[in-house]
Design a protein around this ligand. Structure first.
Ligand code: HEM
Length: 513
């Protein structure tokens, strides 16, 4: 398939490889001899199931098992150990639960970490519509060149900081809007959707340098609704397809068609906005009126020789939808956790006040100086992550936990289960941001245990944008409001990524009133 077409096999640089290169840099001590002496792939523990079908029927009969995949994974680890195989309709997945095993995979990645597409059906959509696959669906040299161009502007701290003034403006406007949305009981009806609208507005502003009024005008509200719904449908349908028989790979099933229709809509919207932005950009260049701080994203992308027009369209699509599926959901989780933990919330609010300027802005220096709020965000990631796993195709033959894991195996680096295990994390169920502070009393936590943005050269390219926007919004909300929670425990629902399984009915109490 096209996904693998760009695969440039590299020889594992660590001694886990079959080619037995000498390794001087890592403590991973397996070699080709180890690989040969390991138990074969077929012996990796796995739950019973029919050959090829595996657990397909189980998920089909009880879809709640898909929604609570976190519980399924926990059970798999408890029953079978830290390396477990799972088969779902022909897809053989190897789950790695132990941070040391996860480290082993990262350590053996070469220049081009290999991934399967996170949403296979979306990758199919792009392929059948002559779009480029995008960063997350590319591998090898093609991925590497595109990645270098995109990460230059998104991930380099100095460059990403240039977007902070725009992010501040969107956040300030959202805070004004929020005030009017709070009902008499202190809650914001439909908070999840309002937060999604903020995320979309901020992402569009980052890409196009224009305000879309997604949380302001009637048209903006309607349009953002349609985009949010379409993105939500894409994830629901992609999850349904992932757990179904792969007939959709042969012909367009109704679910795949619906997913394609929703992608068509999001894609058309993104392209329309890009074309308008390009017109304004070109005019500004021609008139000689392009200010240095305008159209930062487009200026860089258009100047990069490795970014084609098609690449640009896919990257923009990804920034818009990723913000909806990740940053917005993570902000909701943070509000929930802070509302549930008053003592910690007050400490965070104290820091928040010291971070913002008198006009309520977050400067780059203040962003860099935050300690406690960052720890809160990290702790919230531990309890309510954005995803359960990070996907990889094993870069070479690996000897993991005494088993042979051949090159190209579909791996789930699954640290979620251990990051909630009381044997590994003391008081695992409690929200304790302090555990992430330097020199805290807490034992050193394995650095491969909590990696919300992943690690290494393939780490989330939107990480800086997400961190800036999260910290900014949390600082602003905590400065203006005290948060309370009066409902039961919030869980998350799995749809390839995780979202709150309910309306986040945080109570907002004005601090100055
Ligand atoms: C809280 C927010 C976010 C979290 C926790 C998150 C997490 C992740 C993770 C775990 C990966 C997989 C990395 C790997 O395979 O090693 C990833 C990849 C990616 N993320 Fe994010 N993400 C977030 C927000 C964003 C945003 C806002 C954007 C867009 C601006 C974005 C764009 C991407 C892209 C394009 C990739 C693929 C990178 C590649 O394969 O080279 N993410 N993200």
């Amino acid at each position: 398939s096209q996904i693998f077409a760009n695969h440039v096999p590299h020889h594992c640089s660590k001694s886990t490889a079959v080619n037995n290169e000498v390794n001087t840099q890592t403590s991973v001590s397996s070699s080709s001899d180890d690989y040969d002496s390991c138990l074969p792939f077929s012996k990796i523990p796995e739950p019973r199931g029919l050959p090829w079908f595996g657990r397909w029927l189980e998920y089909k009969l009880d879809y709640s098992k898909v929604h609570r995949r976190d519980l399924i994974l926990k059970k798999l680890q408890a029953e079978y150990g830290d390396i477990v195989k799972e088969t779902i309709a022909g897809r053989h997945i190897v789950h790695l639960f132990h941070p040391d095993y996860i480290k082993q995979v990262y350590d053996s990645e070469g220049k081009y970490p290999m991934v399967p597409p996170i949403l296979e059906s979306v990758e199919m959509y792009r392929r059948s519509n002559d779009l480029t696959p995008g960063l997350g669906n590319s591998n090898g040299e093609v991925w590497y060149k595109l990645r270098a161009a995109v990460q230059y502007i998104l991930l380099r701290p100095k460059k990403a900081m240039d977007f902070l003034p725009g992010q501040n403006k969107v956040a300030a406007d959202f805070m004004n809007r929020l005030d009017g949305l709070i009902a008499e009981n202190g809650e914001v009806p439909d908070l999840n959707r309002w937060i999604a609208r903020w995320g979309l507005e901020s992402a569009a502003n980052n890409c196009f340098d224009i305000r879309m009024n997604y949380f302001e005008t009637k048209e903006g509200l309607e349009l953002s609704n349609r985009i949010i719904n379409a993105n939500s449908d894409v994830f629901d349908l992609a999850t349904k397809l992932y757990f179904s028989l792969p007939i959709y790979r042969i012909f367009q099933t109704p679910s795949l068609k619906k997913l394609f229709d929703q992608e068509d809509f999001i894609n058309e919207e993104a392209c329309k906005n890009l074309d308008t932005a390009l017109e304004r950009y070109t005019k500004a260049v021609e008139d000689g009126t392009l200010a240095e701080d305008r159209f930062l994203f487009l200026t860089h992308m258009l100047q990069s020789e490795h970014v084609s027009d098609k690449d640009l369209r896919t990257i923009i699509l990804s920034i818009l939808t990723d913000t909806l599926s990740t940053t917005s959901q993570i902000l909701l989780n943070n509000l929930y956790n802070l509302a549930n933990n008053q003592k910690e919330q007050e400490k965070a609010a104290d820091e928040a006040r010291s971070l913002l300027t008198s006009s309520g802005e977050l400067t780059s220096a203040a962003f860099n100086s935050s300690i406690y709020l960052r720890a809160c965000i990290k702790e919230s990631f531990r309890l309510h992550p954005v995803g359960l796993d990070i996907l990889r195709l094993s870069p070479c033959n690996l000897a993991i936990g005494g088993y042979q894991v051949p090159e190209g195996t579909y791996l789930c680096l699954n640290n979620y289960v251990h990051s909630l295990d009381p044997a590994i994390i003391p008081k695992a169920e409690s929200y304790i941001p302090e555990r992430w502070l330097r020199d805290s009393d807490w034992d050193k936590i394995n650095p491969y245990l909590l990696t919300p943005f992943s690690l290494g050269t393939r780490m989330c390219v939107g990480r800086r944008f997400a961190e800036q926007e999260l910290l900014l919004m949390l600082a602003k909300i905590l400065t203006s409001y005290r948060l309370e929670w009066h409902y039961g425990k919030m869980h998350q629902r799995f749809r390839m990524l995780l979202i709150p399984d309910q309306e986040v009915k945080v109570k907002f109490i004005r601090r100055d009133g």
